[in-house]
Design a protein around this ligand. Structure first.
Ligand code: BGC
Length: 565
């Protein structure tokens, strides 16, 4: 790098070729809440197509689109009725194809979302299962069992649904008598598939092929750790742990069983038949970084979200320890870490970081006490510079580039997350992180659509709209654009394959590291300013001037990128 300024750098490290996924920044499009082109209150494919420029200006490399398949939307589209089409509420298969083609023309990769653990109860397979007798091939595609007790009136075991209540639902047999029970680890409308059944495996290989052949560059795998169950269905001892974040343990009967790996070896073999190869990112909630890296062995999946990073509070020691463990575990299998701070299932990180930080793990669901949103935003700015400077890939969740917070006081009557119903109205669920994006400072849904959105955005979001932020040099949006541009330009950033990151010793409240060539990042998570190492400041998440006396300092809750010699 020598003494080049960022503007001089002409050889970007944009991921090209078949290894793009090792360092890509991927933008999560939660289609229901991104942009509503037809004014029905729900986001759609046309809405995404009309805002592709937002993504290219932001400077991301890829998009991940949440499930867009035909679905009764009992769980925001994670209840799929037909894996080979697009829900009419979102558009048509042709429009989906056009979106993929347009994104490609703009240099964006497209990841779709595959939901293999369960189908919708409106899927033709499940309808056939209900219409067929016990022991039939149609029932064997799902997990049907006789209930306990002389008349089978008690569920087969004590497993609980992630969304609350029992994980079993009894069916009425075609002859009208009370019959078998089927397993649903999520909503009753999401029956679990039986992955011991070869037909299920072949069907999903065919669905992957269907979308790969239409240009999808890869898939995010929903509940990747859940597909295989212990056939003996042993009872579980439940702890207080939030079920959605449940991670399993050695010997757990339905999370993270060794049998899942065989499935992903088959998927990888299929992905590798394409040129360039298709890729996967796993949503796998497992106990630790080593268990996660098992999914990333060379003949399995390419990447997996690092949820340990998500669960870290705003604390230098914890963030460093988590990053170190993740980097080490991934290095063992030659896979890049995928850093993430928010998604459509968890409390937005502005809100998480705006709370009193926990001693232990960061709670990811539910209101957890007072929130200082301004503090949360300040920390979110710093956290962005941390994750973009770490080696590997990054997933951004739509709206974080605007600094959106969770809306924890949505009126009860608008809540749609099945958690709200299934918890007997004790847990509000995840709608607070799914509120439609504010594109404009006015209008019934702040530019999301021509009418109201499916969830109401607070009027305070007018100030956070793209319209308000795009020309403001101090806005969150401008920080994202600048940081993403620099990340492409600076040779030290991105995958870091083969180039170790070196941690700096900055005391208990700050973390920092150097990367070659000539880059350093310092993040102050504590209340007192810390000195800036020698070097030229490339970017800071908050103003640095006026803090130090003899030399510039990094103020509280601030991060800085430096060029060092
Ligand atoms: C998805 C959730 C969904 C669940 C069941 C998850 O992990 O991200 O949104 O409710 O899987 O499909």
């Amino acid at each position: 790098m020598g003494d080049k300024t960022s503007a001089d750098v002409t050889s970007p490290t944009i991921p090209t070729g078949s290894q793009w996924w090792r360092e890509a920044v991927t933008y999560q499009l939660y289609i229901r809440s991104f942009a509503d082109a037809n004014g029905d209150g729900l986001g759609d494919v046309a809405g995404i197509r009309s805002h592709l420029e937002h993504l290219t200006t932001l400077g991301v490399d890829a998009v991940w689109i949440n499930p867009w398949y035909p679905s009764p939307q009992a769980d925001g589209g994670y209840d799929v009725a037909d894996y080979r089409s697009v829900d009419p509420a979102f558009g048509t298969l042709d429009e989906g194809q056009q979106l993929i083609d347009e994104a490609h023309a703009l240099g964006l990769k497209v990841m779709l979302d595959i939901v293999p653990n369960h189908t919708s109860d409106e899927h033709e397979w499940f309808r056939a299962a209900l219409a067929s007798p016990s022991g039939s091939p149609e029932r064997d595609r799902y997990v049907f069992r006789r209930g306990q007790g002389p008349d089978g009136a008690a569920p087969p075991n004590n497993w609980r649904s992630v969304f609350g209540g029992p994980a079993w639902q009894r069916v009425t047999e075609p002859d009208g008598t009370p019959g078998e029970w089927y397993l649903h680890l999520f909503d009753t409308r999401q029956p679990d598939l039986n992955w011991s059944n070869r037909e299920v495996r072949d069907e999903f290989l065919d669905v992957l092929r269907f979308w790969f052949d239409r240009g999808a560059d890869g898939f995010r795998i929903d509940v990747a750790h859940g597909l295989v169950k212990d056939d003996a269905l042993p009872d579980l001892v439940y702890t207080d742990e939030s079920l959605l974040g449940a991670t399993g343990f050695e010997g757990h009967p339905h999370w993270d069983l060794p049998g899942v790996h065989e499935i992903y070896r088959e998927w990888r073999a299929l992905a590798d038949t394409y040129d360039p190869p298709k890729i996967f990112v796993a949503e796998a909630w497992v106990t630790d970084a080593d268990r996660l890296s098992d999914y990333l062995r060379p003949d399995e999946l390419h990447t997996a979200f690092d949820f340990d990073f998500v669960r870290s509070p705003w604390n230098a020691d914890r963030l460093r320890a988590t990053a170190t463990a993740s980097l080490a575990a991934h290095a063992k299998v030659g896979a890049p870490v995928v850093w993430v701070l928010s998604n459509h299932d968890i409390t937005r990180h502005v809100t998480r970081f705006g709370r009193k930080q926990p001693e232990g793990e960061m709670p990811l669901f539910g209101a957890q006490g007072p929130v200082d949103v301004a503090l949360g935003r300040r920390r979110a700015r710093a956290a962005l510079l941390l994750e973009l400077a770490l080696p590997g890939g990054v997933y951004l969740y739509q709206g974080e580039e605007l600094g959106l917070e969770d809306i924890e006081d949505l009126p009860e009557e608008v809540l749609q997350d099945p958690t709200w119903q299934r918890s007997g109205h004790t847990e509000r669920g995840r709608d607070g992180c799914r509120v439609p994006l504010p594109w404009a400072a006015s209008g019934p849904s702040l530019g999301f659509g021509t009418g109201p959105g499916w969830l109401p955005a607070p009027s305070s979001w007018a100030e956070l709209s793209v319209e308000r932020q795009q020309d403001d040099p101090d806005s969150m949006l401008t920080l994202y654009r600048t940081a993403l541009r620099l990340r492409r330009e600076l040779p030290a950033l991105g995958s870091g394959d083969g180039q170790p990151l070196r941690w700096l010793d900055l005391g208990a409240d700050a973390l920092g590291f150097t990367r070659e060539p000539g880059f350093s990042c310092v993040i102050n998570t504590g209340p007192a300013a810390v000195p800036i190492p020698d070097g030229e400041v490339l970017l800071a998440s908050a103003p640095l001037d006026g803090v130090g006396v003899e030399r510039r300092m990094v103020p509280a809750d601030t991060a800085v990128w430096l060029r060092i010699s």
